[in-house]
Design a protein around this ligand. Structure first.
Ligand code: SF4
Length: 214
């Protein structure tokens, strides 16, 4: 069924559902036009239901879309390394994205699927899924990985360069703190001569989040 523009995910999020039921229900979401992209699927978050730390990225990439799991591609590998160096165990965190469908164009070499940044309307449409996840998990700290996650969790005033690496208040009533940092894919795109420094800053930001858990 066509979905011109979409009306947002709220109508597709089952009220009061537990995480496994949310993960099942998201397959039927038609909340925005990304549901119409051929060959993609909604990629829900994963991790323990009692995670005290949640990581929120932008959207699944090519590998994540194919495998149906968040952060299992090259950016995920860098994230895993950064978590270890910051003293955070990946299997103790909830990992998810602000937008659950992969947005791409396929005019690259060999019809390779090229990442396209989601628009604000996609972030807004998909926010009910993120809110539902975080409401079930109730983490102590949420790490914002890059600008799209920041726009979902903080709003249009979010700027990663200005807000990264310090504890911010989460949404009222959430009890969570927020820590912003770069998206790991931004580090992968950093020129080689500046990449080590970018990565070191990323680990420092993650360590701020880890300090909340002590
Ligand atoms: S991106 Fe989000 S709101 Fe849009 S169809 Fe996918 S799950 Fe639904």
């Amino acid at each position: 069924m066509a979905n011109p523009g979409g009306t947002g995910a709220a109508a597709f999020v089952p009220a009061g559902a537990a995480l496994p039921d949310l993960a099942t229900a998201i397959a039927g979401c038609r909340g925005c036009d990304l549901a119409d992209l051929d060959g993609t699927r909604a990629v829900f978050g994963e991790g323990p239901a009692g995670a005290r730390l949640a990581l929120v990225g932008e959207q699944p990439g090519d590998v994540e879309d194919r495998r149906g799991r968040p952060f299992v591609g090259p950016a995920g590998k860098l994230l895993d390394r950064g978590l270890v160096e910051a003293g955070i165990e990946r299997d103790q965190v909830w990992v998810t994205n602000a937008v659950k469908h992969f947005r791409f164009r396929s005019d690259g070499p060999g019809s390779r699927r090229i990442h396209v940044t989601p628009d604000a309307r996609h972030v807004t449409a998909c926010r009910p899924w993120l809110a539902a996840e975080l409401n079930r998990i109730r983490p102590a700290v949420v790490v914002i990985l890059g600008a799209t996650a920041g726009q979902s969790l903080v709003g249009p005033s979010f700027r990663v360069t200005r807000m990264r690496g310090r504890l911010l208040d989460g949404p009222p009533g959430s009890g969570a703190r927020l820590v912003a940092t770069l998206h790991p894919s931004a580090i992968l795109r950093t020129p080689p001569d500046a990449r080590d420094e970018a990565y070191a800053g990323f680990v420092r930001d993650l360590a701020v989040a880890a300090s909340v858990l002590i």
